[in-house]
Design a protein around this ligand. Structure first.
Ligand SMILES: [Zn+2]
Length: 255
């Protein structure tokens, strides 16, 4: 009887051509979500040259006889995985508490940039299938070398060149992400990439740890701390595979 019931259920699923998950009956859960946030740890998280050190202390500590444990944090707003709001480089630009949720939640494409490439310029960008993506995240040498998990600051991180930033902005991309603590070339004469993206109201996610994901299409949620009137804040970023990645990966392997 139970066997027949299961068979009938299976048949009805096959007949309807979809699973309960696709029918929208599934409860929201952590299933399938991948954490791409860099862990904040002064021993392992890089700090941009000249930025404030990260300090995580205990005001009270049960391990030392206190009745409770209570921490105090001191860190730069652009520590670890974080979001730059327009206010960072745009006069009268929106602060982090005014950045809308729309760019921060939705479809994102991870693009693999080879280890040999430091400048993601327009030519490099157009070597990849980025058109049509609403959010673009670059998985670069910084991920391949584990630089978001290494206290030393590496000046040779891959960056988005201004001409590529303009292409992305002109195409209507709503969010751009990189896997090291800045999207701008180290030592750039002017912060053109930031000015172009933030000037168009496009937030930038910096310091993603993209080691757990591959090139492909994902759902992305990245939520910065809501600090009133400031230009950036640390964020938690999670991603979930969208269908079709298997094909992309296969094509990538053939190429
Ligand atoms: Zn930043």
């Amino acid at each position: 009887m139970i066997v027949r019931l299961c068979f009938t259920l299976l048949l009805s699923l096959v007949a309807s051509g979809c699973t309960p998950r696709e029918q929208g009956a599934r409860e929201l859960s952590a299933e399938g979500w991948i954490d791409v946030t860099a862990t904040l740890d002064p021993a392992r998280t890089p700090v941009y040259e000249g930025d404030a050190p990260m300090q995580f202390g205990f005001l009270k500590d049960m391990r030392k006889g206190d009745k409770l444990t209570l921490s105090v944090y001191s860190l730069g707003a652009h520590s670890g995985t974080h979001i730059d709001a327009p206010m960072h480089f745009v006069p009268n630009g929106a602060p982090i508490d005014q950045v809308a949720l729309d760019p921060l939640i939705g479809a994102a494409r991870v693009i693999d940039i080879p280890d040999s490439v430091q400048a993601i310029d327009a030519v490099e960008l157009n070597r990849h299938d980025w058109r049509g993506a609403q959010r673009v995240l670059f998985r670069t040498r910084s991920t391949l070398r584990g630089w978001m998990d290494s206290a030393a600051f590496h000046r040779q991180f891959a960056y988005i060149a201004p001409d590529a930033a303009k292409l992305l902005a002109d195409a209507g991309v709503v969010l751009v992400g990189v896997d090291y603590i800045s999207a701008e070339q180290f030592g750039a004469a002017a912060p053109r990439t930031h000015q172009i993206l933030l000037g168009r109201g496009i937030p930038i996610v910096e310091g993603l740890d993209l080691r757990p994901v591959q090139a492909g299409d994902y759902d992305l949620i990245v939520l910065p701390l809501k600090v009133r009137g400031h230009e950036g804040a640390p964020a938690r970023a999670i991603m979930r595979n969208r269908t079709g990645n298997e094909r992309k990966l296969w094509l990538g392997a053939v190429r």
